[in-house]
Ligand binder design. Structure first.
Ligand SMILES: *Cc1c(COP(=O)(O)O)cnc(C)c1O
Length: 549
């Protein structure tokens, strides 16, 4: 047993065992650092992803008969890291975080004491941190911290599922016993994340009961269409149960007018005498911008530039209203730059949790003793990781101002990117408003954005432009080791002159998330695009596409 004990941290805190653990940390940190290269996206060389790559992994896999030495374990782990994408200045594809140091330490503490966030007796550190960050962020967004509640969960998607579950249980408290009613309907923007789609599948409501609302030119939900579709549901005997207000669409950062949505929900309730519609703000992407809710743009203490301020000011107006939602989410592992998964689901009124909490009788193992007063029997998880510790550490280390600096830089870099892109390249159109994301689209000839947006092209013409951008994305992807751009096949839907249905537009995506992506880097980003576009245009004139070797 002595040998087995060596695989564990010490019982008494002795120096020898601590030094051993530290030496592994040191090896890992050192070797990962050695793989870093600011001119590349990856840590070392990417493995050769041949078609049978995973097959070979499967064939080779076997649990060693006797354990291997720790040094070897460390080396094997480092082999997995080889070729890993690393969010440095060359990563401009998606909201992938580079976990900040405080959050890494918070995560380490979480692992070292390994509390179970299910019950404070089993995990007091995470329980207190969870209560504390819930109160901190409630105060920030304007929920009353004395009646709000919050818990960390499985991502922004988990928050959507949790909120839908609350909405169903609140409307139909007997549904936990009898199953859910069949006439409940959910509404979301056609550009919303697929989280709600999955949730209506998994909850048993069914995808047919998910109504998609048209988006406006600025990618926010069209409120007239929302109202019309709610009234249609009522006219057909259905119950409007739930509206998902997207606060920052995943691809284009469109922000729904939550005040307008709330007022429609209230009107419907009064006019038709229906049950209050549950509103969840899907703020997985945009929620961090509530950090400007109390920023004074008059005195501008952080001295932001005029054009940056203008965007932030418009966000303040929109995100101040998030308090109208019944629940919302902070995905720190997106713009908050913390490790996966660090999502806090925030509920305006903790009373709502009573509909989904377990009876004490159903939880014989935990939470039913005289000791301990924090038992999260209402979560879908049983054992829970204490990821509130990471969030807590980040909030302390950054403070409101630190996050404001970080979030403002995303806007600053995007402004510069847009300016440089359109100056350097003529056949390009920027297709969303200034935000942490820039979507853009190239054309084989003249810039046709205006015609496309206003439905003046044929299906064939739009399809050709889509194909052009799709092929170019392949070319850009080959060199993703140099600069890694994102792309989307559903930037928005547009009408055509000859089609019955609106069609999706493809676009490239610039999402500069790294703190090392500064305005100085923008020339390089655009240069990369220009070079690849020119190559693509040249090779394309032939019969078929040449792929750069
Ligand atoms: C990313 C995202 C989600 C999903 O969040 P996860 O944390 O990845 O589960 C949901 N909604 C929106 C708007 C998002 O951008």
């Amino acid at each position: 047993m002595k040998e087995i004990q060596k695989l564990f941290p010490s019982m008494d805190g002795n120096d020898v065992q601590r030094e051993e653990l530290l030496s592994y940390f040191k090896t890992i940190l050192t070797e990962i650092d050695e793989l870093k290269d600011p001119d590349k996206l990856t840590l070392g060389e990417m493995p050769d992803y041949t078609e049978d790559y995973y097959n070979r992994v499967i064939q080779k896999a076997a649990i060693p008969e006797a354990g291997v030495p720790m040094e070897k374990v460390v080396q094997q782990l480092l082999t997995l890291v080889e070729g890993h994408r690393y969010v440095n200045r060359n990563y401009v594809a998606n909201a992938a975080p580079l976990p900040n140091i405080a959050s890494i330490i918070g995560n380490l503490v979480m692992v070292l004491v390994n509390g179970n966030n299910l019950w404070d007796v089993e995990g007091p550190a995470a329980a207190t941190a969870e209560v504390e960050v819930t109160a901190m962020l409630s105060k920030l967004i304007g929920y009353d911290e004395n009646i709000s509640a919050g818990y960390t969960t499985w991502g922004g998607q988990g928050a959507v599922f949790n909120s839908l579950r609350l909405a169903i249980a609140r409307y139909a408290p007997s549904s936990n016993q009898k199953g859910i009613p069949q006439n409940l309907y959910c509404f979301c923007s056609e550009l919303s994340h697929y989280s709600l789609y999955k949730s209506v599948e998994a909850s048993g409501l069914g995808v047919e009961n998910l109504i998609r609302v048209k988006a406006n030119a600025d990618h926010s939900m069209n409120l007239e269409d929302l109202q019309e579709k709610i009234e249609q549901v009522i006219a057909n005997g259905g119950v409007p149960l739930y509206i998902l207000a997207t606060m920052g669409t995943t691809d284009t950062f469109g922000v729904d007018d939550i005040k307008g949505i709330k007022s429609i929900a209230d009107d419907v309730e009064h006019t038709y005498g229906t049950y209050p519609i549950y509103i969840h703000a899907d703020s997985a992407m945009g929620g961090m911008y509530t950090f400007f809710n109390h920023y004074n743009f008059e005195s501008n203490p952080l001295q932001f530039e005029e054009d940056v301020m203008e965007v932030l000011k418009s966000y303040q107006k929109k995100f101040e209203q998030i308090k109208l939602a019944d629940s919302m989410v902070f995905d720190f592992h997106k713009l908050g730059q913390t490790p996966y998964i660090t999502s806090l689901f925030l509920i305006k009124n903790r009373e709502n949790l009573k509909y989904v909490d377990l009876d004490a009788e159903e939880t014989p193992y935990v939470g039913n003793r005289g000791y301990g007063s924090y038992h999260t029997g209402y979560t879908l998880e049983c054992s829970r990781m204490g990821s509130a510790l990471s969030i807590y550490a980040s909030l302390l280390a950054f403070g409101i101002e630190g996050y404001q600096e970080l979030l403002a830089n995303y806007i600053r870099v995007n402004l510069k990117f847009r300016e440089t892109l359109t100056k350097e390249i003529s056949n390009v159109a920027v297709t969303n408003d200034v935000s942490p994301i820039t979507t853009f689209r190239f054309y084989p000839g003249k810039n046709k954005w205006d015609e496309e947006l206003n439905g003046r092209l044929t299906v064939e013409e739009v399809t050709e432009n889509n194909q052009f951008n799709d092929d170019l994305a392949e070319i850009l992807g080959i060199d993703r080791d140099t600069v890694f751009y994102g792309n989307t096949r559903k930037q928005r839907l547009v009408d055509t002159t000859n089609g019955n249905n609106r069609i999706s537009l493809y676009a490239h995506k610039f999402f500069a998330i790294s703190p090392y992506s500064t305005v100085e880097e923008v020339v390089r980003y655009v240069g990369f695009l220009k070079e690849h576009l020119e190559f693509f245009m040249k090779t394309r004139s032939g019969e078929h596409l040449l792929v750069k070797s």
